[in-house]
Design a protein around this ligand. Sequence first.
Ligand SMILES: Cc1cc2nc3c(=O)[nH]c(=O)nc-3n(C[C@H](O)[C@H](O)[C@H](O)COP(=O)(O)OP(=O)(O)OC[C@H]3O[C@@H](n4cnc5c(N)ncnc54)[C@H](O)[C@@H]3O)c2cc1C
Length: 831
Amino acid sequence: MAGALPSHAEIVVIGGGIIGCSTAYHLARLGKRDVVVLERSKLGSGTTWHSAAMVRQLRSTNSLTQLVRYSAELYQELEAETGQATGWMSCGSLSIATNPDRLTHIRRQASLARGVGIEAHEIDREKIAELWPIAETSDIIAGILSPSDGRVSPLDTLAALSKGARSNGVRFFEHTPATGFESCNGRITAVRTADRTLTCDKVVLCAGLWSQQLGRLAGVAAPLHACEHYALIVKPFDGIYNAMPILGDHDNHMYIRDEAGGLMVGCFEPRATPVRLADLPPGFSFDLLPENWERFEPVMQGALRRIPALETAEVRMLLNGPESFTLDNSFMMGEAPELAGFYLCCGMNSVGMASGGGGGRAIAEWVIEGEPTMDLWSVDVRRFAGVRNNLRLLGERAAENLSAHYDIGYPGRTFATGRNLRLTPLHQELCSQGAHFVERSGWERAAWFNRGESTIEPELTFERPQWFDRVADEHWAARENMAIFDQSTLGKLLVQGDDAEAFLQRVCANDVAVQVGRLRYTPILNRRGGYESDVVVMRLAHDMFQLTTGTAQPLRDLHLLTRSRRAGEFVTITDVTSGFAVLSVAGPNTRELLKRVSPDDFANDAFPFQSHRTIEIGGTVARAARLSYTGELGWEIYVAADAALPLYRALMAEGRQMGIANAGAFALEGLRIEKGFCAWGHDVGPDDTPLEAGLGFATKLDTGIDFIGREALTRQKAEGLKRRRVNVRMRDSWPQLLGTEPILLDGEYVGQIFSAGYGHTLCCAVGIGFVRLAGPALSQAVSSVGWEVEIALKRYPIEVSLKGFYDPRSERPRLGSGRLAVNGVSHSKSA
Ligand SMILES: Cc1cc2nc3c(=O)[nH]c(=O)nc-3n(C[C@H](O)[C@H](O)[C@H](O)COP(=O)(O)OP(=O)(O)OC[C@H]3O[C@@H](n4cnc5c(N)ncnc54)[C@H](O)[C@@H]3O)c2cc1C
């Protein structure tokens, strides 16, 4: 194909499916000529060849939507560039609803689509029947039509990409499996094949469902697992026309599209089956798994109801092809934190064709730049801690994710499999206190607490959730008295060494050269000035700092910091997350509680805001830090994991007499959003700068001290802002916001909400978002009555502010004031 395998290539791409070919194509387009693609068998012979290859543009985040939009553009343009057609068909897609919650779900998606400029309209049953004359429509309430979606031929698209790559110098080697790797000093140096060793500077692993196994050979975690994935293909019959809009009948777990004059009925069945690599026949290539009609039966029943003519249609095949799924239903890409120069792009969760064009470009840019060029956190491999690279867990979770692919996006949904794997030291104790847990990055986190005898197992709903009152009580406890939160899942990194201060000053945007005993919030920026992370830095000694980061971020931050170290710089960075628990106490009476359990002085002068120190407390010694994510008076108490339970009991023994409440993550979310505190990965991320976030004060831009991202911020300050973070609150007490809704001003889409909660103090939903307005234009517009959010295609008035809506220094809630009406039902805050 490309002569003999060379002994060296700058970049080796492993896997010749859609992802490997797109990666190679984009590397070449970006100027990389010395690229080799190794394919175990023939190009496209893994999952790609049997893909339904639909390209639906709306995704869960803006970045992922951008990737698919780019794919759609690329697939339409490739023929002109390469002479090879991709089979692009602008057929559009049509999602239907057969129950009110599904209708809410698809309307919410339509709102989100419109907010990011993707055409989406609601259509009625008659119109649906016109578009799908062979469908039974009597049970359909309505549908959403997205005319700009389309589909391609998978092998033609792959051929166009590989042709384009080849014409730019990429060399492809089929029947050449990678069999192992070599590394030196934590960096990849070579890929082994059966015949020879190919030295290289970088590797991109795009081996689809084989990536987990191959990653292991390099000491890299690629947590994914294959599952069976079905599609029924039938021969032509009357009533089918070419390029019908792809029909998404997700209440029946399926999609239907025309296929060579017949139909393809694909599904995400409710009980999916994981596939072990060991069970694939040797040399699996352009192969399928055995047909299993029993497993397809429930979907078949739904298909027969929807398309009655299927009863007599002639079956071409029941396609059962393996596809890979990850722990959270999103794919993974980026540099492996375990091995420098080793990149991954795999685990495509059945969106590999749609995301292939954009994903290939994004990983190519990441490989070349050494960092992502856009916010790719939702697919960043560093969101998965290596401890979860466990085949039993992956098999269970992959099957759950496949089954949940078409589930309704209810608030508060969590996983059923892979639970109780990472427990905080207080877990059992909080269980006995009624905690209801949700999973976050493998951890069990208390979401809210049942009270007394009444235990609720909440139903999923878009209406007022059953936990609403529980969370309200926890919220009010923090505002009026005090609450205790188990925040032990927060990431903790220890940065030590003679050069620790200089190192952190370069990496952190804020001035963290504080005195021992002080702490500071700081952004950590990329060269574009965007938030790579934000952390609280506590100085423990002249050469020792502790960084507190989000639950999902320790691996990412450890990698980020380690990569930023210069040769010869004496700094060590250690993840100590599991060594320490964090008990946060917050609320106006917290000081009194601490006085009762500790001999230390907690008065404002003795223990000011943004300071920390070692204290005696209960029967132990811990580090207390004066800060709180609730906006109230509060302390975070860092204690050795083995002393956490006795400390919690000591705090509760005194606290109970004072009315302390256990509180969970849902209450914390509402509290922090009311106050206007941002959360990294939700409200701010790699594409948002501190200036845009209104957090310029948390940088040292006004000093002469250099830091990563400074140049970009200086430039942005001089040029002026084009977008700005805003706080929003609903003008009415209902509905709830979920954190994805578009924001409008005078009827125009101008932004989006990125996190939301219920502000029980304010008696309305609250959120944090960004708008494409800034400076005087925004200042003028802020007080306008023309602000709205769109929820499920309905618009609701909101207030917008540059500051948080609640500040405990300027207002204290009145005891007993929390009465609100939700959906017409008066809800009373219990005392
Ligand atoms: C029935 C079905 C319907 C689907 N429908 C859609 C859809 O409508 N839209 C959509 O976007 N996605 C869809 N998908 C998913 C999509 O097809 C996949 O996400 C995508 O094809 C995955 O591409 P890939 O390149 O990651 O993996 P693959 O295509 O599997 O490519 C990986 C390659 O790596 C090679 N390889 C493995 N080990 C080695 C080694 N040691 N050395 C060298 N090479 C190696 C393999 O041979 C293989 O060719 C569907 C999937 C299925 C099964």
